[in-house]
Design a protein around this ligand. Structure first.
Ligand SMILES: *[C@@H]1O[C@H](CO)[C@@H](O)[C@H](O)[C@H]1NC(C)=O
Ligand SMILES: *[C@@H]1O[C@H](CO)[C@@H](O)[C@H](O)[C@H]1NC(C)=O
Length: 365
């Protein structure tokens, strides 16, 4: 089952070359030309693909241990509702949808009674524990990225029934798609389990980036055009990895951070290559750097008003995540807003808010 992800070699991007020539040929133009694809129209919907960072409850509907639909998860969500969001409150999809003026909460596609409004404004297909590597999801019985695409196809049929074929196609092509995954490929599948030991780190990273590339092409094939793809966080500084491999002092694991850096560079390069290319005409892809803002928050907690960035708020903050962060064994800390991490893997709502603020400042919406 190793490689559904085949290597695809493509020719250089004529588009970029052409643009360079155009700029060089018109030095006398007194006023700077406006950006080619400035997004001025309203974004009708937001769609989320990936792992627990953007899962808003899909895992409630499947049989897996990667779940969190119990307290203290959701303690700061309206109604203290543990919806299956992997945090104490809102998660990135909600924050972005709200900033885009679309809606306050992005529902999970699975197991939710979706209203027409939900269908028209977007849902999450993400599944906590998955990765671009299909094995990552299979190891913990969650949705693979291909499973998520299948749900998206099913969703599009429902959208057509609500909006009509023409408007549905318009919504699909003008909406924003956020793809956040990859952390579990490195942190779990590669560094923790024995199942990808036949790869060295470099070739595993190459494989994961190829899987990411294939996913982007398939999503484009389903009609998506504006796709933001996040890189990996500083995996070595995530509390669970400090505990697993950071020694007695629970230091950041530099090998793991280095893996994120190498992966991110390769992913960004691939995204730039695909962006607006002949293979994906009209695509507007963005690589979103999570590493830089997160490492800054971890290293300079004071600058962001955090007291603790090396362990989670739930329980001791050293072990607790998903099933082990529950109301019977793990009291949450008194004030989650003083913590960057909610459990040993996921940010608090305030952590996500500050992260997204930096991302929006840097990339726009
Ligand atoms: C809690 O969240 C679930 C899933 O989003 C939803 O179906 C339910 O209505 C919510 N309950 C309350 C009391 O808000
Ligand atoms: C992709 O192209 C758009 C212009 O169409 C540009 O704004 C964006 O920065 C490019 N993305 C990357 C990752 O280079």
């Amino acid at each position: 089952m190793v490689s559904k992800c085949t290597l695809l070699v493509m020719t250089a991007t004529v588009v970029i070359l052409h643009r360079t020539l155009c700029v060089a040929a018109s030095p006398a133009t007194p006023v700077a030309a406006p950006p080619a694809t400035k997004q001025t129209t309203r974004t009708p919907a937001l769609f989320l693909f990936g792992d627990s960072i953007v899962d808003t409850g899909n895992n409630n509907g499947i049989i897996t241990t990667i779940r969190c639909n119990f307290a203290p998860y959701g303690q700061d969500f309206p109604g203290h509702n543990a919806t299956g969001r992997f945090s104490n409150g809102k998660v990135p999809g909600d924050i972005v949808a709200s900033r885009l003026g679309i809606k306050e909460y992005v529902p999970a596609y699975l197991g939710t009674e979706l209203s027409d409004f939900d269908l028209l404004t977007g849902v999450s297909f993400a599944s906590g524990g998955c990765g671009f590597d299909p094995l990552t999801a299979e190891l913990v019985s969650v949705l693979t990225m291909d499973n998520q695409l299948d749900l998206f196809k099913e969703y599009k049929e429902k959208l057509k029934r609500v909006a009509g074929a023409h408007r549905a196609a318009d919504i699909v092509s003008t909406s924003l798609y956020m793809v956040i995954t990859g952390t579990d490929d490195l942190a779990n599948t590669y560094f923790t389990t024995p199942f990808r030991r036949d790869y060295d780190l470099e070739s595993y990273i190459e494989f994961v980036v190829q899987c990411a590339s294939d996913f982007i092409k398939k999503l484009y094939g389903q009609g998506a055009r504006r796709i933001n793809i996040a890189g990996a966080p500083p995996i070595g500084c995530v509390p669970s990895q400090r505990t697993n491999a950071g020694g007695l002092e629970r230091e950041c694991v530099s090998l793991y951070n280095q893996a994120s850096v190498v992966y991110n560079a390769a992913l960004e390069k691939e995204i730039k290559r695909l962006n607006g290319s002949e293979a994906l005409p009209g695509s507007v892809l963005k690589y979103i750097d999570l590493y830089t803002p997160l490492i800054d928050m971890i290293q300079r907690p004071d600058a962001y008003g955090f007291d603790v960035t090396n362990r989670g708020c739930c329980g001791t903050g050293v072990f607790e995540v998903t099933l082990t962060c529950n109301r019977y064994t793990a009291e949450p800390c008194g004030d989650p807003s003083k913590f960057l991490f909610w459990d040993t893997y996921h940010l608090t709502e305030r952590g996500y808010n500050l992260l997204l603020e930096q991302i929006i400042n840097r990339y726009g919406m």
